[in-house]
Write a protein that binds this ligand. Structure first.
Ligand SMILES: Nc1ncnc2c1ncn2[C@@H]1O[C@H](COP(=O)(O)OP(=O)(O)OP(=O)(O)O)[C@@H](O)[C@H]1O
Length: 389
């Protein structure tokens, strides 16, 4: 029998919080069965890691573990990617191709971002979960696979069902077992543990020694809101160890590398955990930190404005200039739509046009993930706009 600690080490799922302990216990319980599991939680909390552990501890461990990033696959080819297609099924289908479900036969399929799946595809997913049956695109022959489904989402599927974006029957089928992974800011006791583990991993991999971290610096890490969760903490550790190599990590360095976002920082929920400090000292630090946050926020706003100004300057003579966006200089009111959302749409469009709709390059230029770019394209209907032109 595998002990909880062994599962944590084997799959690198670190943390000592009650939440992590409970998750490990559920992994142990559900892994040997073929039950469909829904893993929920914000981006970067470790959903894929948990899915891997469930597969690894199941009787399917020697079979394939196929990851499908539903949100990153354009809607038009999603079904052929999932279920495969027959030669000639559509323009460009020059040969018969197996889909992810067939590739996962005898193993597990991990449907990440299931909340982004179009309704029409959801029906087919439900059928394959219930009966193992599906059809390749362009074929009327029913095929069968033996696949365990693990799905994940960072959306609130309850809400999506209410809005009519997600099928209720699929939702109920998926959430037979629901593993919710709380954000890192709701299990702050995991932060020092994760920090140590990531430092140890990094030092071992790169054959370097770690010079240490001050208590103040650790206190900031514990109080920070970590919008990118464990992924952000891991990236933070790697960046700081590379760029401040050999130095003791202090509070100033930490502030420099953290991505503060004032809007998401709810102080009432982010009071510092007392880490061997008096109440008065902790309060003073909180006020001090709030001031530092305001300052870094101002710097961010200044940078953002700088980016917008630079962007407009470059666009004035291009077809993407903002002909309708006007500000009444006397009153300062915006006459036409000048919202941040509108700006974002324009910037994304500009980047796509600039790179001839190569999404990888556009995402890199925008410094966002390809998946986020796909989501934004969908959200703003840019693909449809492009086709209309
Ligand atoms: N408890 C943990 N212990 C160690 N590493 C972790 C833990 N949780 C997450 N990580 C690491 O953080 C990173 C993000 O994890 P993962 O990809 O599993 O998150 P996710 O919830 O699936 O994110 P997304 O929704 O963006 O796909 C990975 O490098 C993973 O190894």
């Amino acid at each position: 029998m595998v002990l909880k600690e062994d599962i944590q080490e084997k799959y690198g799922i670190y943390g000592e919080s009650q939440a992590v302990r409970e998750i490990i216990a559920v992994i142990k319980q559900v892994a040997p069965t073929d039950i469909t599991v829904l893993i929920t939680g914000e981006s970067g909390v470790g959903k894929e890691l948990v899915a891997r552990a469930i597969h690894g501890e199941s009787k399917r461990a020697d079979g394939p573990f196929v990851i499908v990033n539903s949100g990153a696959i354009p809607e038009g080819i999603l079904e052929s990617e999932l279920f495969g297609h027959e030669k000639g099924a559509f323009t460009g289908a020059i040969e018969t191709r197996k889909g992810y479900f067939e590739m996962a036969d005898g193993g597990t399929i991990f449907l990440d971002e299931i909340g982004d799946m179009p309704i029409a595809t959801q029906v087919k997913i439900l059928r394959v979960i219930e009966t193992g049956e599906f059809m390749r695109v362009g074929s009327s022959q029913l095929r069968k696979v033996d696949v365990r489904v693990i799905a994940a989402t960072n959306k609130n599927l309850d809400e999506e069902v209410k809005r009519g974006n997600f099928r209720e029957d699929l939702y109920y089928r998926l959430r037979t077992v629901n593993i919710y992974i709380p954000p890192l800011r709701e299990r702050r006791e995991d932060i020092p543990v994760l920090f140590e583990k990531f430092v140890a991993q990094f030092c071992e991999r790169n054959k370097v020694a770690f010079a240490g971290i001050t208590d103040d610096a650790m206190q900031i890490l514990i109080s920070y809101h970590w919008p990118g969760n464990v992924r952000e903490l891991k990236n933070f550790v790697e960046s700081i160890l590379v760029l401040e190599s050999g130095k003791v990590i202090d509070a100033n360095m930490v502030r420099k590398y953290l991505r503060y976002d004032f809007n998401q920082f709810d102080y009432s929920r982010n009071l510092p955990i007392r880490y061997g400090k008096s109440g008065e000292q902790a309060d003073r630090e909180l006020i001090y930190r709030a001031l530092v946050d305001i300052k870094s926020d101002l710097i961010e706003i200044r940078n953002l404005l700088g980016n917008f100004i630079e962007f407009f300057a470059r666009q004035v003579s291009s077809p993407l200039a903002l002909p309708e966006a006007k500000i009444d200089l006397k009153t300062g009111t915006v006459v036409e739509n000048f919202s941040l959302v509108d700006m974002e749409k324009r910037m994304i469009k500009a980047a796509l046009e600039r790179f001839n709709w190569n999404k990888r390059l556009a995402a890199r230029a925008l410094k966002i993930s390809e998946r986020t770019l796909y989501r934004k394209i969908k959200e703003y209907g840019l693909e449809e706009e492009r086709q209309k032109r």
